[in-house]
Design a protein around this ligand. Structure first.
Ligand SMILES: [Zn+2]
Length: 417
């Protein structure tokens, strides 16, 4: 971590929450965010003042830039092995995911690829994706296991996530997605027995902060979600869950009763479940890239926002349903598909995502005392959604250190040429 002083001057916009100390933004607080011009100073990797310091060791010329908190991608499936481009062609041709899964594709195909790849092959691919994510402004991301489909490979997958964490610039978290697909030789029930048996070994090395489960006709049921919730509570971990992606199973009330930190996907969320979710301290994690690329149903993003939910955006980066790592692209899709404002989408991609990962006290917003994870955009913040497909990130900082410099113009901003 830097111990020096970094000063940012002349920004056209700096995204700030309506008040300091908010762990997440919902309801009226979303519109209360400001995008005023100004500067800021970081000392020792932490934001120290909301004004520039002329004596700083590193002066960053932010003229014309918007300064945002670094994006936080709270739903990815890194590390994984290989891709599944053939399945995308099938899907575009009208084959449904359940059918692809039942014929050996889907998660089982990525599990085969993981098994057949060396650790180094998996890490090479994942490092490359982490670099792409950094270039698109992601300064923190979640890793998930879930392509192991055996005790041994799930443990390996979590070890690989730890190895990746040590190698990349970003901060990462580790979620054990122990119930992703039912491994061959098991029923959903007997696999959950196995999950319960393996849990001490999964948790022993430390580093896992959440348990996750996929509730779907081809995977696990609400009863298994309830059981995973009890395991998470017993271990003092957050419960995350993939729910209401394809079928509608009314999993949200079950997740809320189990104390879930987040319910992810929600493309087929039942209208009666919007209000209870909006009242709860549970994040509604929307994954518009998966919805768009899979021609899925559309989550009721606008309804959730209007009801006061903690709405969050993530990429769902994975080789099957969302081979997408760009948060600016996800923000662009979300604004159009759900009818979100720029401010709503930016909160969903920063502070609310930090809350989902349990990191809102130190990350996710531009406040004195928080870590100086920042991105400088080449245009006003509204352009993130508007210029769909354009990457607006010129510079990315983690703990006050420049970790991504896009081009010569960006280099000149920090005094390099
Ligand atoms: Zn996912």
């Amino acid at each position: 971590m830097s111990t020096g002083t970094v000063s940012f001057t002349g920004a056209a916009q700096i995204l700030r929450p309506p008040r300091d100390g908010l762990d997440q933004l919902r309801g009226a607080d979303l519109a209360g965010q400001t995008l005023a011009p100004g500067g800021l100073t970081a000392v020792g990797g932490v934001i120290a003042a909301l004004e520039p310091d002329p004596r700083a060791g590193l002066a960053v010329d932010a003229h014309g830039c918007a300064i945002l908190p670094g994006f936080i991608d709270c739903h990815t499936h890194l590390p994984f092995a290989g891709w599944r481009a053939g399945e995308y062609e099938q899907k575009v041709g009208g084959v449904r995911y359940e059918e692809i899964a039942r014929t050996g594709g889907g998660i089982a195909s990525s599990a085969r690829a993981l098994r057949e790849s060396s650790d180094e092959q998996v890490l090479v691919q994942s490092r490359g994706l982490a670099a792409e994510m950094l270039a698109a402004g992601t300064t923190t991301f979640e890793c998930k296991s879930g392509y192991g489909l055996s005790r041994e490979q799930e443990l390996r997958s979590l070890r690989l996530a730890q190895a990746l964490a040590a190698e990349v610039a970003q901060t990462t978290t580790s979620t054990a997605l122990l119930a992703h697909s039912v491994p061959s030789g098991y029923t959903a029930d007997t696999w959950m027995d196995e999950v319960e048996r393996m849990l001490p070994e999964v948790l022993a090395p430390g580093g896992v902060s959440a348990l996750d489960i996929f509730v779907e006709s081809v995977a696990f049921s609400n009863a298994h979600l309830e059981r995973m919730g009890a395991l998470a509570a017993g271990a003092g971990l957050a419960l995350r869950c993939h729910v209401e992606q394809f079928g509608g199973y009314r999993s949200v009330p079950v997740a809320l009763a189990a104390g879930a930190r987040s319910v992810d996907h929600l493309a087929t969320l039942h209208p009666d479940d919007v209000e209870p979710l909006a009242q709860a301290d549970c994040a509604a994690v929307l994954l518009p890239a998966a919805e768009f690329l899979g021609a899925e149903h559309r989550a009721p993003g606008r309804e959730l926002l209007d009801a006061g939910a903690i709405v969050v955006l993530g990429t769902d980066a994975n080789p099957g349903t969302a081979p997408v790592v760009s948060m600016p692209l996800v923000i662009g899709l979300a604004v159009r598909l759900y009818g979100m404002t720029t401010r709503e989408a930016l909160a969903a991609a920063t502070l609310n995502a930090a809350w989902t990962l349990g990191m809102a006290r130190t990350l996710g917003s531009i406040e004195v005392g928080k870590r100086a994870d920042l991105v400088l955009l080449d245009a006003p913040a509204e352009h993130v959604a508007y210029r769909l497909g354009h990457n607006p990130v010129e510079l990315a900082f983690i703990a006050g250190e420049p970790v991504y410099v896009r081009d010569e113009r960006a280099a000149a901003r920090i005094g390099l040429r």
